[in-house]
Unconditional design. Structure first.
Lengths: 112, 116
């Protein structure tokens, strides 16, 4: 059974810092991996998707990497801003068309 | 395009009462998901539909939860009777049919249920 773990559970940083969020999964036979952002009282917004054949994806100040063999992914946020404060969720799918399996998330707080 | 619509946004009920949630997916999206997100945890799949057929309901507590998707469009999720541990946010998501490549998921804002 696939399990997704995210560490740390919470993180507080001052504005401008670069930071790394970690995600690990127990079954390396994934189809793809996604990072989502969740703001309080809101739904989930997809940030980055990495297909199983890819090593990384970048969007603006965000960079996500994937190491399938070790069952790990990292989300790198450069030059953090207070607007980045949210919960970041990592999720994998095991096959095309199947549901996402989520970690518990990392709650990020960026202070100005 | 319009997003995934869910209602109500909030609901407070007493234990042993019943409650229903409604979801309208993005037009043309064949696949619909209901997730349960308990405070401090990630969303957990309850049920996945493709058109009006059930693909996966292995984690749905069938003694109290039921869901339907009539005509392959809107969906309702019902809890009867509710327990205190059902307090959570119920998220609906939709996606096109996945044949190959990336499938985009769109999530609604969720319904926050409090059982007292």
């Amino acid at each position: 059974k696939q399990e997704v773990t995210q560490i740390p559970a919470a993180l507080s940083v001052p504005e401008g810092e670069n930071l790394v969020l970690n995600c690990s999964f127990t079954d390396s036979a994934i189809y793809n991996l996604q990072w989502f952002r969740q703001d309080p009282g809101k739904g989930l917004t997809s940030l980055l998707l990495i297909q199983s054949s890819q090593r990384e994806q970048t969007s603006g100040r965000l960079n996500a990497s994937l190491d399938k063999s070790s069952g790990r992914s990292t989300l790198y946020i450069a030059a953090s801003q207070p607007g980045d404060s949210a919960t970041y969720l990592c999720a994998v799918t095991n096959q095309a068309g199947t549901a996402l399996i989520f970690g518990k998330g990392t709650t990020l707080s960026v202070s100005s | 395009e319009a997003g995934v619509a869910q209602s109500p946004r909030y609901k407070i009920i007493e234990k042993r009462q019943s409650v229903a949630f409604w979801c309208n997916p993005i037009s043309g999206h064949a696949t619909l998901y209901w997730y349960q997100q308990i405070l401090g945890q990630g969303p957990k799949l309850l049920i996945q539909f493709q058109n009006n057929g059930v693909v996966d309901d292995s984690q749905l507590p069938k003694d109290r939860f039921s869901a339907e998707r009539l005509k392959g469009v809107d969906s309702t999720l019902k809890i009867q009777p509710a327990k205190l541990e059902d307090s959570a946010v119920y998220l609906c998501a939709s996606s096109p049919i996945a044949r190959t490549g990336y499938v985009g998921y769109t999530f609604g804002s969720g319904t926050r249920l409090t059982v007292v």
